[in-house]
Design a binder for this molecule. Structure first.
Ligand SMILES: [Zn+2]
Length: 274
């Protein structure tokens, strides 16, 4: 197996994995979306809400605000010594207090004050409610780690993958008519000097519009299912490389447990034999 990073920033990563297969890569994709933990607001105590928005709607909006997560500082409530009742090891408290004045005031995610300076909203600009003069919101929220498979608010990213596009042009059949250049939505082709040029094959979406458009059967496009391009887009709580690494470790742990279970069955069988 060979991994090459194609693009990377704080919120997304795109990499190609060679000498692999779709089964393994889909396992990684599903694990990243459903088993990589991140923090989200779970419980809210509304002290005051005189805004025009119902408590439930505000609480729902709070739950979906992405929070910066340090996976080394917190554990899942189900794995915590407090047995999930809530303690500094498994929960963070955030408070919000805002009152409207003469102008309409917007309450943003940045108005949440956290007890842990490392756990803050991924962006300050998410609107929660608007307050007219005299209206106010006062609340206390508790954020916990959770799994994407239990609620979308704990899904730390979205992941897509595609096979590595292999584009072949038969230059003897190609008449350089330019139809494929026009047709391709990703602009993969370009007309050079007496030759059709493939500019960026990795960007091909395998839509096959160029193949259908070519009257001379000069283009062949296929996906190589042993080389897979994965794109991970985070919601801002975790770095994309952290999500990939954490998810790979989750898969490793699951298989380690599986091997241990299989071994224990074998040992039991050996003991049972006379
Ligand atoms: Zn706890």
């Amino acid at each position: 197996m060979n991994v090459e990073i194609l693009e990377q920033d704080d919120n997304h990563i795109k990499f190609i994995v060679r000498e692999t297969n779709p089964v393994f890569m889909n396992t990684l994709r599903r694990t990243m979306m459903s088993e990589c933990t991140c923090l989200a607001i779970e419980d809210v105590i509304i002290v005051e809400n005189s805004s025009a928005i119902f408590d439930e709607v505000i609480v729902h909006r709070l739950g979906l605000i992405p929070l910066k997560t340090d996976l080394n500082s917190y554990v899942l409530p189900s794995e915590c010594e407090c047995e999930g009742t809530g303690c500094p090891s498994c929960s963070v408290t955030l408070t919000l207090e805002k009152t409207g004045d003469e102008d309409l005031v917007t309450v943003h995610s940045g108005d949440l004050k956290s007890t842990d300076p490392e756990v803050v909203p991924a962006t300050d600009k998410i609107p929660i409610a608007k307050l007219a003069q005299g209206q106010s919101i006062v609340l206390e929220a508790s954020a916990r780690l959770g799994l994407g498979k239990n609620h979308a608010k704990w899904q730390s990213c979205v992941v897509g993958y595609k096979y590595l596009p292999i584009i072949e042009v038969d230059l003897e059949k190609c008449t350089e008519c330019g139809d494929c250049v026009e047709e391709c939505p990703r602009k993969i082709f370009k007309l050079g000097k007496n030759k059709l040029i493939i500019t960026d094959p990795i960007n091909c979406s395998l839509c096959l519009l160029c193949v259908e458009k070519c009257d001379f059967d000069a283009i062949k496009v296929r996906g190589d299912n042993s080389s897979i391009i994965i794109t991970v887009e985070t919601k801002g709580g975790l770095l994309p490389e952290t999500i990939v690494e954490t998810s790979a470790l989750v898969i490793k742990d699951k298989f380690t447990t599986f091997i241990e279970e299989i071994k224990s069955i074998e040992t039991e069988e050996e003991i049972a034999e006379p």
